[in-house]
Design a protein. Structure first.
Ligand SMILES: NC(=O)c1ccc[n+]([C@@H]2O[C@H](COP(=O)([O-])OP(=O)(O)OC[C@H]3O[C@@H](n4cnc5c(N)ncnc54)[C@H](OP(=O)(O)O)[C@@H]3O)[C@@H](O)[C@H]2O)c1
Length: 260
């Protein structure tokens, strides 16, 4: 009975200590992002998830702009939101693959408070049946398009105009803390990994930790690595939170030094 009580006490102490450590290190700090009376800009807002988000944001008092390609779908979306809420949303017809068109729409819409990058296309076929054009289309809309939207909206969201021409100073400071490797070393490790049939090839210890932390649903051939993922996934996340704590401290110090 005493030993069960001791075990329970140790477990409780462990959990409480863990909670205290997490409360101290977890970064970024928790934040509430208000929606009411703010400008919410939704790409792919003319149907599906984007349209549902637009309905919700309007009903919570936001000023909403939606962007998509088809003018008629945008008009239908506007109409359905007006019918449901009595509120008009702004619509912008642009293809996210066209940076200039996206940038124009973003400028016309006025300062954005909340940007929801939601546009997406998916051609559901086995990879070998997909044509080059289809794959490129998905990457262009889903990935490059998202980059275009963020690039167009971010400067005004951050309240600063000029674009950074080289690696941002802060990126260099953070990158310097993780060391670098020679190209030949990286190439050899990659090739060995490929020859070994690995799905994830990591180059150093931090990379290995990252692969454990992000293993999720990825395939795994090695039972040893699978064991590491199963046993240490949570612990590596804990270690990762310490890394983030360090990075966010660096960001805070850097921002304070710029403001001083
Ligand atoms: N629905 C789900 O259960 C689900 C689950 C997981 C993931 N997803 C993913 O989430 C994303 C949205 O899903 P959904 O069901 O809401 O899709 P959806 O109903 O097809 O909506 C896609 C939206 O993106 C817009 N869009 C597509 N290509 C565009 C482009 N080049 N430029 C600007 N806008 C573009 C579409 O309008 P226009 O065609 O007029 O441009 C539409 O407004 C997709 O990537 C989908 O694969 C969906």
């Amino acid at each position: 009975m005493t030993s069960i009580f001791s075990l329970f006490l140790v477990f409780t102490l462990f959990i409480v200590s863990l909670l205290i450590i997490l409360a101290l290190i977890v970064r970024p700090r928790s934040v509430k992002i208000p929606i009411k009376s703010r400008h919410v800009f939704i790409t792919g807002g003319s149907s599906g998830i984007g349209l549902a988000l637009a309905h919700l944001a309007v009903s919570e008092g936001a000023r909403v702009s939606i962007l998509a390609r088809s003018v008629s779908k945008l008009a239908d979306a506007k109409q359905s939101i007006k019918l449901a809420t009595g509120v008009d949303v702004s619509t912008f017809s642009a293809d996210v693959r066209d940076y200039d068109a996206v940038s124009k729409a973003v400028d016309q819409s006025g300062p954005i408070d909340v940007l929801i990058v939601n546009q997406g296309v998916f051609i559901g076929k086995e990879l070998e049946k997909q044509s080059y054009e289809e794959v490129k289309f998905m990457i262009d809309v889903n990935l490059v398009g998202s980059f275009n939207v963020i690039k167009a909206a971010l400067p005004s969201m951050k309240g600063r105009g000029p674009e950074l021409k080289k690696r941002p100073e802060l990126t260099s400071i953070i990158a310097a803390s993780s060391g670098s490797m020679k190209t030949k070393e990286v190439a050899k490790i990659c090739l060995d990994g490929i020859k070994g049939g690995k799905f994830t090839v990591t180059c150093h210890f931090i990379g290995y930790l990252l692969s454990i932390a992000t293993s999720g649903m990825s395939p795994q051939r090695s039972f040893w690595d699978a064991l590491m993922e199963v046993m240490f996934g949570g612990f590596v996340r804990f270690v990762g939170l310490f890394f983030q704590w360090g990075w966010y401290n660096t960001i805070e110090k850097w921002s304070n030094s710029k403001l001083a």
